[in-house]
Design a binder for this molecule. Structure first.
Ligand SMILES: Cc1cc2nc3c(=O)[nH]c(=O)nc-3n(C[C@H](O)[C@H](O)[C@H](O)COP(=O)(O)OP(=O)(O)OC[C@H]3O[C@@H](n4cnc5c(N)ncnc54)[C@H](O)[C@@H]3O)c2cc1C
Length: 474
């Protein structure tokens, strides 16, 4: 008997497993692939995800494998630098191969005590009042108290749950691959710059050791069921650039679409959905993995609280209440970005107008805060602007704030030195006189770093501790 079975060991599943282990929850991750993916796609970790890695003590390890790039230029690939003074100590983008971030997150989960079983396909499940019986494709049955489907866009768990996945099917397909080229770099660079002015769905970029990452529209490459061939890439390159750049020796070739869908519910009884299993959208702006990792950090402590027995009655349902609107917003901004990628005159005109508007600092800041996840404000009710937002990694007496959040517990920052977390001290840490630039006398942080309360009265604090952390221990 496990507490939680997670279907899928992608970035979402691995992060969730690690978050649950911070609270001693017995976790089993079932992954259908026998080996980690070898598909080297560079993904970008945006500011909020980088912050989460810092909050869990993972950032130094991840940074060793990633490349820092400026945070700007992500909304519809609009060539605008980020505005000055973004509200983060980690205001950059971290480019990292997806298999590497997946491996690091899986290692982190295993290090914390999660079990990961590869080559196990979740084929069916049945839930009852006490738990979930999970059946694997080979007929083996496993039992847990909860099941979380982190099994990607084609999620078996979501389909078996019968949860609707409304949205739009894929309309625009794109080819992506890594291969060698037969012409000098300067020749490629000049052509790419010229075409890139108007066509944002085309690029050839050096991908290390003589290889290039190639992206071209798949228009006319009709059979979606078949993997693309090198000839498909050559044809598309010739159609767009008038040359195929002598591409040869592909390392991998793939295709992706722009289907945009959002699960109607994130929870049915003891079964939950997170990551691509709950939402899919085109990769424009590089948000999918970030969204999944952030789902995992939102869900982890709540599910752990439910299992440990201290969760207030409605806590687990705040997962959907908070994360569904965030995904809705990401889906919408990717829809908008896809329109701006069109080479038609109308969208190109809107694109030029938006590019001009982004010269206004507030517009640029608004879009960057959206894409990077630092603009998210959960609805915790009436209160100061900081309530419901994440607190940036500020300096505190003991070093950096995020260094105090590695264990995934709540934290009270008390500048009055008069308050106490009392009977919640097994779940919430306390820091008196943090000497920090706080926007309030005292701030209560949830384990995911979001501000749950701002104030200075003990009774008010106790009410909010109960709201988020349940009944106090005796
Ligand atoms: C071209 C491209 C570029 C992208 N770039 C970015 C980017 O820059 N930034 C970004 O944030 N996102 C990016 N993304 C999106 C990102 O790759 C996904 O959003 C992310 O992988 C989702 O993670 P996940 O763990 O939710 O799902 P997945 O990564 O799909 O993982 C699901 C896992 O579940 C396993 N599984 C499936 N079914 C079962 C089953 N029945 N039983 C057991 N295991 C199962 C799968 O094998 C897989 O390992 C990009 C996507 C594409 C296509």
């Amino acid at each position: 008997m496990f507490d939680v079975i997670i279907a899928g060991c992608g970035p979402t599943g691995a992060m969730l497993a690690a978050e649950l282990r911070l609270h001693d929850v017995r976790v089993l991750v079932l992954e259908k692939e026998t080996e980690p993916k070898s598909f080297v796609r560079i993904v970008g970790l945006h500011i909020r995800s980088i912050e989460l890695m810092a909050m869990r003590g993972l950032l130094d390890r991840i940074r060793e494998h990633g490349r820092q790039r400026p945070a700007g230029g992500f909304f519809a690939a609009t060539d605008k630098p980020a505005p000055k003074g973004l509200d983060s100590a980690h205001a950059y983008l971290l480019g990292i191969p997806q298999p590497v971030i997946e491996r690091l997150l899986e290692e982190h989960a295993i290090h914390l005590g999660a079990q990961v079983r590869r080559g196990c396909v979740v084929a069916d499940f049945e839930q009852d009042d006490d738990g979930v019986t999970v059946e694997l494709a080979d007929g083996e049955q496993l039992r847990s108290r909860y099941l979380v489907g982190c099994d990607g866009g084609r999620s078996t768990v979501r389909k078996l749950l019968g949860v609707g996945f409304p949205g739009e099917p894929s309309r625009t397909e794109t080819l992506m691959g890594e291969m060698k080229v037969g012409v000098p770099q300067e020749e490629i660079a000049a052509k790419v710059t010229e075409i890139g002015e108007t066509n944002k769905r085309f690029w050839l970029r050096p991908a290390g050791v003589g290889a290039y990452s190639v992206v071209v529209p798949a228009a006319g490459v009709s059979d979606r069921a078949e993997p693309p061939t090198l000839e498909d890439f050559k044809q598309q390159l010739r159609a767009i650039a008038g040359t195929d750049f002598g591409v040869h020796s592909p390392r991998w070739l793939s295709r992706f679409g722009d289907a945009t869908r959002l699960a109607e519910r994130y929870r049915v009884g003891r079964v939950l959905l997170a990551g691509d299993a709950a939402h899919i959208h085109p990769p424009t702006g590089g948000q999918g993995l970030n969204l999944g990792v952030q789902d995992a950090v939102n869900l982890g402590w709540k599910l752990a609280a439910q299992i440990r027995g201290w969760a207030p009655e409605t806590l687990l349902d705040t997962y959907q209440a908070e994360r569904h609107p965030v995904a809705e917003d990401v889906l919408d901004n990717t829809r908008a970005q896809m329109e701006l990628h069109s080479t038609e005159p109308g969208p190109q005109a809107v694109r030029r107008l938006l590019t001009e508007l982004m010269d206004f600092d507030e517009v640029n800041r608004y879009l960057i805060e959206k894409i990077t996840g630092i603009g998210i404000r959960y609805d915790f009710g009436e209160g100061p602007d900081l309530l419901g937002r994440r607190l940036r990694d500020i300096d505190v007496k003991q070093g950096r704030l995020y260094g105090l959040l590695h264990r995934g517990r709540g934290l009270l920052l008390d500048r009055t030195e008069r308050l106490t977390v009392g009977g919640w001290s097994d779940r919430v840490d306390y820091l008196a006189d943090p000497a920090a630039a706080l926007d309030g006398p005292c701030v209560l942080l949830r384990p995911d770093g979001h501000v749950a309360w701002i104030g200075d009265g003990q009774q008010d604090l106790d009410e909010h501790l109960s709201r988020w952390f349940g009944k106090p221990a005796n």
